[in-house]
Write a protein that binds this ligand. Structure first.
Ligand SMILES: Cc1cc2nc3c(=O)[nH]c(=O)nc-3n(C[C@H](O)[C@H](O)[C@H](O)COP(=O)(O)OP(=O)(O)OC[C@H]3O[C@@H](n4cnc5c(N)ncnc54)[C@H](O)[C@@H]3O)c2cc1C
Length: 466
């Protein structure tokens, strides 16, 4: 039997996603010794690059960034990672049943639904303005809104089912869940956070390409940010080290993996909240906080990507973007995911929510065929013959278990929401799901990593001088 290794640092960070790595780097910059313990054999968590060969990559996890995502953009600048505009020139295609229509601009040509859709967008933005971003449970009407699903709230505005179906297109990729599974209060709060301290969130910014959250991508893929942060941290990052137990008392905390015990004064847990249940905490979390984390479950989302010699759709005046309304297609939305060099051409489709439940279990070849047929409805039959095709199903990743983020069901935010960020003694929380601005996004992850490092630095400075 090999002896257990024993180490000692000021702060242990659990999880080497963007939040954990950002926290660790900032703590190190402030003179604190840190050790990052990561369960996987790689860093980056939900940022993951797929190798296209010839030094080119495409993203299989988080990828888009846009205006007001100030913290992740500042981090990229600091690390020397450039952004480039996501391809947005040309027409988008709207697919509904047998109808396939090209359009330009942001509003899909869902003619009979347009008045309802306009009403929904206007009401949603009005409702969003009333949300208390820091404490959504204190917003006017919070309990009534949290008792409704997003679907029932939309229907309560006397909207026809069409507008809800169009909303599902957005939620399929943004949440990986349906409007019937999510709290209306949560959705309004989530949109309210699609901005920064000086720009209140709007639906347009959340769903938009030009001027919105899908405006840009990172040269070299978003995983480059994680890789560069980890390189800075050097041997302060330990891979293949799932944290099993965190115990603490008045003198300090001990964090244990299968082979390693690390003593520290503070611990930052930067893992998806629903995975906290897999860590044995001694003393245990207060029951309502443990319950909240268990109920911060992730959506179900897969990315399906097809490669072609070139982005042939661009010559036809198409952006490569497609919106699929209804349950008939496996994909709810698709994008041109070509690297900045312009070749090879890559199409990426989101397969999430209801479609994931229908398609995830089917034979891979059947699903591939259906996804490519969806792509073909948008860009033509050449889509049926890619040179490569792959899928990344985030529900099968044991250290993520879903994607893209946590989505709250009715009742959770008002009943348990105040527990989200409460430190558990020496244990602090970080991660995209702990952010108020850009919750669930890379920017939210970076915000919480930086903020928790600042908090611990302030606290320890106070402890040192006390
Ligand atoms: C398909 C998909 C598309 C997305 N698209 C976008 C997008 O376009 N734009 C955007 O901004 N965001 C997007 N996101 C979301 C974005 O990727 C995440 O919000 C962000 O990367 C989360 O970072 P994090 O550090 O909070 O968490 P994670 O990246 O999940 O990192 C947590 C880390 O903790 C580790 N871990 C878990 N349990 C343990 C344990 N017990 N011990 C040790 N380590 C552990 C994990 O392995 C992981 O490395 C997308 C996500 C997905 C899945």
């Amino acid at each position: 039997m090999t002896a257990r290794e024993r180490r000692s640092v000021d702060v242990v960070v659990v999880g080497a996603g963007l939040a954990g790595l950002t926290a660790a780097r900032r703590l190190q910059e402030r003179g604190r010794s840190v050790l990052v313990l990561e369960a996987r054999d790689r860093v980056g968590g939900r940022t993951l690059n797929h190798d296209l060969g010839d030094g080119q990559v495409v993203e299989s996890g988080g990828q888009f960034v846009g205006p007001t995502q100030d913290r992740v953009l500042a981090l990229a600048t600091e690390l020397g990672v450039d952004t480039f505009r996501a391809h947005d020139d040309g027409d988008t295609v709207y697919v509904h049943g047998k109808a396939v229509r090209r359009f330009s601009g942001d509003i899909p040509p869902a003619w009979t639904t347009l008045p309802d859709l306009g009403l929904l967008m206007a009401r949603l933005d009005r409702a969003v303005r009333r949300i208390d971003l820091d404490a959504p449970w204190r917003s006017p009407d919070a309990h009534r809104l949290d008792a409704m699903t997003t679907a029932s709230w939309a229907r309560s505005l006397s909207l026809g089912g069409g507008a809800v179906e169009v909303l599902e297109i957005l939620l399929g990729s943004a949440y990986g869940t349906t409007a019937a599974e999510t709290s209306a209060l949560f959705t309004l709060w989530y949109v309210a956070g699609a901005g920064d301290e000086t720009h209140r969130g709007t639906l347009d910014r959340m769903i938009g390409v030009d001027g919105g959250a899908q405006e840009s991508r990172f040269v070299g893929g978003s995983h480059r940010l994680s890789a560069l942060l980890a390189a800075d941290l050097g041997d302060a990052v330990v891979l293949d080290a799932p944290v099993r137990r965190i115990e603490q008392d008045a003198s300090g905390a001990r964090v244990s993996t299968d082979h390693l015990d690390v003593d520290a004064q503070h611990v930052v847990v930067a893992v998806p909240p629903h995975l906290v249940a897999g860590i044995d905490l001694e003393p245990a979390l207060p029951a309502p906080q443990a319950e909240l984390f268990r109920r911060m479950t992730f959506g179900t989302l897969m990315k399906c990507e097809a490669v072609y010699d070139e982005p042939f759709w661009r010559a036809d005046g198409l952006s490569g973007q497609g919106l699929f309304r209804g349950d008939a297609e496996p994909v709810c939305s698709m994008f041109d995911n070509t690297p900045p060099s312009g070749a090879p051409g890559v199409l990426m489709g989101f397969l999430g929510a209801h479609a994931w439940k229908t398609w995830a279990d089917r034979p891979a070849a059947q699903r591939r065929g259906a996804v490519l047929r969806s792509f073909a409805r948008v860009v033509g039959p050449r889509a049926l013959e890619p040179t490569d095709y792959w899928e990344q199903d985030w529900t099968t990743e044991p250290w993520t278990r879903g994607g893209p983020t946590a989505v709250l069901a009715p009742g959770v935010l008002t009943e348990l929401g105040p527990w989200r960020d409460v430190p558990h003694g020496r244990v602090h929380w970080a991660g995209a799901e702990h952010a108020n601005h850009w919750n669930g996004y890379m920017d939210g992850a970076v915000r919480t990593g930086e903020d928790v490092a600042d908090l611990i630095t302030r606290t320890t400075r106070h402890e040192e001088t006390a």
